[in-house]
Design a protein around this ligand. Structure first.
Ligand code: NAP
Length: 541
């Protein structure tokens, strides 16, 4: 049955964005809101990615909301890096605490978001046949939520079981005693592989590009440690927000290539031992910008792989040489390399000979059939733009977002796009995301967008829309910044290069979180500089 509902704001998604956006817009600004998610409950990426070993690579004390001091005080993380079930439990707790579910529709997929210029609102269609009209749309559709399409012929012929990390069955999958093949060695595959290797009969890992996986060093958090975090949370959050990635880190030394070999070894040893992103962000400042400096760290990690993997030929296959360290998101690992020392694990190089096809009984590579009972796909996502383009967004004059972005995303601040009034992308393409701790980035963006909505309404205006000039300027800034970095040297989802046919273009602002926050603050300070604020009768700003 079709029904029309009118709300002030439609929110896309019920993950970190949707939960906070409902609270902020409904409870703090008094607006009517409705959020949609195709999932059965809150959680976003943490609802879907329930594969064995799924865990966050950002420390749990940072990978959480900071908007409520009470929430911060009452939640207790059990590990340094939280596993998926604990993050999902946290998001359920937040959803209960702020009673957001009553403003959410689950198992409901958005199929169209169309701007009506006459009515000055968006018409949001959903797969239950309903239409919701909204003055504003805030999208938290997710940057790594739309999976990459399977690329191999014969998938439908396979007689065994097929799973994907991004849609792991919530009831689990019994892999015991089975011959399992995993395609993909990004963050998801690298977390899954060591966890399942011990229970399967045989594990075949199909690797196209090796990664500089670096140790996570997860461990339980003691009560004393956590009490100290809670006591100092305000300072911790302040320090984190001043850091490039939005987490606390040591002040990095200026240049890796300027340091002596002994010093570098000491520094890299220290941060390899400390774990997580510290090897990249607490060691040297020029690693993402200077190829020689970067190579010192790349070689350091290759040396560690050679130490940890017994068979030199396998170690070499696991050692990346085609891209600089950190230009693909570094997967964080626990016992990943040691997994290849097991008798029941085989590494298959699908770079020199790509996967030809899936057969009834396995996967064929370079004329050799690998017999399997189970195929697991961990092949990544159509990141940043995929989920946004999948929703059928059509702006002013009937121009679709897909048409507008045919040559790559064009945004202002990664939050807004010219021709799409009252439409806010939370952590959208070209924002300071992916390298910026997601919950902090999300809080920043939701606050920016909800303040912009409030500003528009408080001034009796109808629309707020990025100007063409501001958008062009931002696209230039993002591109210039990418060119000064090493990121264009990798075929990564940061550059849109992991999806065949997708235009290659920088998907993130690389100036770091503090610079980005300052730019956004200046835009607000300047009366929403770069935006046209208008009423249906008069152009104001
Ligand atoms: P990903 O990093 O894009 O990795 C996909 C893997 O599949 C790559 O190894 C890729 O090889 C391979 N692949 C793709 N198409 C292939 C083909 N046709 N033949 C053979 N191999 C193919 O995806 P992901 O591992 O799902 O991770 C995506 C992002 O999600 C992460 O970078 C991270 O931001 C987030 N994530 C985070 C965590 C965490 O917090 N720890 C965990 C999981 C995911 P190529 O490199 O050659 O393309």
């Amino acid at each position: 049955m079709t029904r029309d509902t009118d709300v002030d704001v439609v929110i896309v998604g019920a993950g970190y964005v949707g939960i906070y956006a409902v609270h902020r817009l409904r409870d703090q600004l008094g607006l009517s809101v409705l959020a949609f998610d195709s999932a059965g409950d809150v959680g976003g990426t943490w609802y879907w990615n329930q594969y064995p070993g799924a865990r966050c690579d950002i420390e749990s004390v940072h990978y959480s909301y900071s908007f409520s001091e009470e929430l911060q005080r009452e939640w207790r993380w059990s590990e340094r890096y939280a596993a998926q079930p604990e993050i999902l439990a946290y998001l359920n707790h937040v959803a209960d605490r702020f009673d957001v579910r009553r403003s959410m529709r689950f198992r409901t997929r958005i199929t169209s978001i169309v701007w009506d210029d006459d009515a000055v609102h968006w018409r949001v269609g959903t797969d239950d046949g309903a239409v919701t009209t909204a003055r504003f749309v805030m999208s938290g559709a997710g940057n790594v939520s739309l999976p990459k399409k399977p690329e191999f012929p014969g998938m439908e012929d396979f007689r065994g079981e097929v799973y994907a990390t991004h849609r792991w069955p919530h009831e689990g999958a019994d892999l015991r005693g089975k011959r399992v093949g995993v395609i993909g060695t990004g963050a998801s595959g690298i977390q899954l592989i060591p966890v399942i290797a011990g229970e399967v009969e045989h594990l075949t890992v199909f690797q196209r590009t090796p990664n500089y996986a670096s140790p996570l060093r997860n461990r339980p958090l003691t009560d004393d440690e956590y009490d100290e975090v809670v006591a100092n949370y305000r300072d911790i959050r302040t320090a984190a927000r001043q850091n490039f990635m939005g987490i606390t880190a040591d002040p990095a030394r200026p240049s890796a290539k300027g340091a002596s070999e002994e010093e570098r070894r000491e520094v890299y040893d220290h941060y390899y031992q400390r774990g997580g992103f510290h090897l990249l962000i607490s060691s040297y400042q020029d690693l993402l910008f200077d190829p020689e400096s970067n190579e010192t760290l790349a070689q350091y990690v290759r040396d560690r792989i050679a130490e940890r993997v017994e068979d030199p030929a396998v170690a070499e296959l696991l050692s990346p040489t085609d891209h600089p360290y950190g230009t693909k998101r570094v997967p964080m690992e626990t016992n990943y390399y040691e997994t290849f020392n097991r008798d029941n694990v085989t590494l298959v190089d699908v770079r020199s000979a790509p996967i030809e096809r899936v057969t009834e009984t396995g996967i064929r590579v370079g004329g050799t059939d690998h017999e399997l009972d189970v195929i697991v796909s961990a092949m990544g996502f159509d990141a940043f733009t995929g989920a946004l383009l999948d929703m059928g967004v059509v702006g002013r004059g009937g121009l679709s977002l897909r048409e507008k972005w045919a040559d790559g995303p064009r945004t202002y601040l990664g939050i807004a796009a010219q021709g799409f009034p009252n439409f806010f992308m939370i952590t959208g393409p070209q924002s300071a995301v992916a390298l910026y701790n997601n919950p902090s980035a999300i809080e920043d963006h939701v606050e920016f967008a909800s303040d912009a909505i409030k500003h528009t309404l408080d001034h009796g205006l109808d629309t707020i829309e990025a100007t063409s000039d501001a958008e062009s300027g931002w696209v230039r800034t993002v591109e210039e910044m990418a060119q000064t970095s090493l990121f264009p040297r990798a075929r990564s989802w940061y550059m849109g290069a992991n999806i065949p046919g997708k235009p290659i273009s920088p998907m993130l602002y690389l100036g770091g979180a503090p610079a980005y926050r300052q730019i956004c603050a200046d835009v607000v300070e300047g009366g929403y500089h770069g935006f046209d604020l208008s009423s249906t009768s008069a152009l104001v700003g």
